[in-house]
Design a binder for this molecule. Structure first.
Ligand code: PXL
Length: 278
């Protein structure tokens, strides 16, 4: 069985990070190993959340794992709440990256041009370094502009602005750079990317007029799982886009949906069909 290591927080309530990655990657038939970076009572969009940094425990986990013969098909990092957590993620990558291990970095740290509540100012500089270790990076528009020290162009950034960001992102060192949450202005929303050879690619699915949390994590987990299952990078990105759009639509149509995340659980049967499993 293929195996993915994901390095991100456990938010006890929030349906993001590990609590999205585990069910989605497992549903795709892939073993999911986790390194929890922090324990939060909820994700950081709630008032009064608690945060326990697990750096000390991570260092011990790393030392133990170095005595074991573990192999991962991909290492996927998400939200990392401090510089020391980013350093530790880099240490895990250097310890476990083999020739065919795909490294996926979602620099989950910002939205609407602003760092998430509770994150230290300047975290983007460190996140750039982590992006340099990746095969594929998945920032949204806010994260891309923060890491590049460019003005935030807004969620309605046009093709030229997005391509200029993608060209600059490629200098961070990842093979492919993919900006998520791109509004194509024609009723579709999706991703725009730049491949290693400098070519651009993009794809959008139905845009649902609802702002939702945790969609970046659903997207990144679905992409990583689909890639490890054997889809091409572009196909895996398309599966992730279609599934994320379906999750948002499901929440939009559900009068009882929670405000802090999307109904991804209800769309797992669709994911299995879209990924060609059933
Ligand atoms: O979904 C990204 C995310 C992950 N983890 C934590 C968060 C957020 C977004 O707010 O707060 C703890």
């Amino acid at each position: 069985m293929k195996k993915i290591l994901t390095i991100q927080d456990i938010s006890c309530v929030g349906k993001c990070s590990v609590t999205a990655a585990l069910p989605i990657i497992s549903a795709l038939g892939i073993e999911t190993c986790i390194v929890p970076t922090a324990l939060l009572s909820t994700h950081t969009q709630f008032d009064g959340f608690t945060f326990r940094d697990l750096s000390d425990e991570m260092a011990k986990i790393l030392e133990h794992w170095k005595t074991q013969n573990f192999h991962f098909d991909a290492i996927y990092t998400g939200y990392l709440g401090s510089e020391s957590l980013i350093n530790l993620a880099i240490e895990f990558i250097s310890a476990f990256k083999e020739e065919n291990t795909k490294i996926i970095v979602d620099p989950a740290m910002a939205d609407a041009g602003q760092l998430y509540a509770g994150l230290p100012a300047g975290l983007e500089a460190k996140m750039k370094k982590l992006c340099g270790c990746a095969d594929i990076i998945l920032p949204n528009i806010s994260e891309a502009s923060l890491m590049l020290d460019e003005p935030y162009p807004g969620e309605d950034a046009g093709k030229e602005e997005i391509e200029a960001l993608l060209n600059k992102l490629s200098s961070l060192g990842a093979k492919s750079s993919v900006i998520t949450g791109v509004d194509f202005g024609d009723g579709t929303l999706g991703f725009a990317g730049r491949a290693e050879d400098g070519s651009f690619f993009s794809y959008g699915a139905e845009k649902i007029n609802m702002s939702s949390h945790g969609t970046g994590d659903v997207f990144a987990a679905t992409f990583t799982g689909s890639l490890v299952r054997g889809a091409s990078e572009f196909e895996a990105l398309k599966i992730a886009t279609d599934f994320t759009s379906a999750c948002i639509k499901n929440s939009y149509n559900d009068p009882d949906h929670v405000s802090y995340a999307v109904n991804f659980e209800a769309e797992i049967p669709y994911l299995l069909k879209r990924a060609g499993i059933i």
